[in-house]
Design a protein around this ligand. Structure first.
Ligand code: 2NE
Length: 270
């Protein structure tokens, strides 16, 4: 498959192939643990994915065959967050979680090994997860002095149920791809040599569907769980659609032409 580089970064790769943008955490030496810089680069790539008319589906993965992502880089975990080159402690991965959540395009986690700690939460945030049969899932926070009580807890519980979510966090065990699939965290498990083909198949199928319909259903699924922020997303999409109608154009035109708007001719459907 002929992936072309969209933009070069230091700690991620960012590639494109036939409507699919692939973000690869590229720190295999550390099982693809993220630093504040890795996260900043992912965030930048996600902004590109949101803005680009060419990107239809986003894939998030990790380099090599051992890990999707092992969470925050413990080497730079300081007091108050993960410390980058500027010496400031950050938890900027939480912003990336929200970016994935509100990206108006499908995001697939392509899990090719360990999805652990903050890396596990990243796969959860993606709309779909396709995993290789050697993938391993789990949270480690309470073992290593951390936790994610945000999406990492409540969204996990929505997916696997309260009892399983508590088990996953309280015991910090590791789960096989088959177990993760049974829990509903994984859409499909495939042999590792088929992983990318399978992900590209799923992406291509989604690209045959109406992008606006996918956007609205993602916003609707989010809205139920995300409170006012979720409603804002769905409402923003409704505003965007309204702006596409003559009825909304008439309001703006009337203002600029300094006349009363005439909305009488627009349909009032039952
Ligand atoms: C991922 C896992 C299970 C892999 O185990 P294994 O046996 O395959 O590899 P190994 O030998 O543990 O790791 C290979 C190298 O990668 C480094 C290791 O230190 C090791 O380095 P060397 O000994 O060769 O020098 N490495 C692996 N994960 C790393 C990490 N996260 N940071 C820095 N270096 C790492 C096993 O490695 C593991 O359990 N890793 C730690 C997972 C973890 O606890 N992550 C942090 C969770 S907290 C978090 O992510 C978080 C949050 O809870 C809330 C907000 C934001 C973030």
């Amino acid at each position: 498959r002929n992936w072309t580089t969209i933009k070069s970064y230091e700690e991620i790769c960012f590639d494109f192939f036939e409507g699919i943008a692939k973000i690869t955490i590229n720190r295999p030496r550390y099982r693809n643990a993220f630093t504040p810089k890795t996260v900043q680069e992912i965030s930048d790539a996600l902004v590109y994915c949101r803005e680009s008319q060419d990107v239809c589906v986003v894939v998030l993965t990790g380099a090599g065959d051992k890990a999707f992502c092992s969470g925050g880089d413990m080497n730079v975990k300081g007091r108050g967050g993960y410390v980058g080159g500027d010496g400031v402690p950050r938890l900027n991965v939480l912003d990336v979680q929200k970016q994935i959540r509100s990206l108006p395009k499908p995001v697939i986690a392509m899990v090719n090994g360990y999805a652990i700690g903050g890396g596990h939460v990243l796969h959860l945030m993606c709309d779909l997860t396709i995993a290789s049969d050697n993938a391993i899932f789990g949270q480690t926070g309470p073992k290593v002095g951390s936790f994610d009580a945000g999406f990492g807890a409540s969204y996990l519980a929505r997916i696997v149920g309260q009892k399983k979510a508590r088990e996953i966090w309280f015991l910090c065990r590791q789960y096989s791809a088959a177990e993760a699939e049974r829990m509903g965290m994984v859409n499909k498990v495939v042999p590792s040599e088929r992983l990318e083909d399978e992900v590209v198949d799923w992406a291509k199928t989604m690209m045959e569907r109406s992008p606006l319909a996918l956007r609205m259903i993602k916003a609707g699924l989010n809205a139920e769980l995300d409170g006012q922020a979720g409603i804002q997303e769905l409402a923003g999409d409704a505003t965007m659609l309204y702006y596409m109608l003559d009825e909304a154009q008439e309001g703006g035109r009337a203002f600029l032409e300094k006349r009363k708007p005439d909305f009488s001719k627009y349909p009032k459907l039952p």
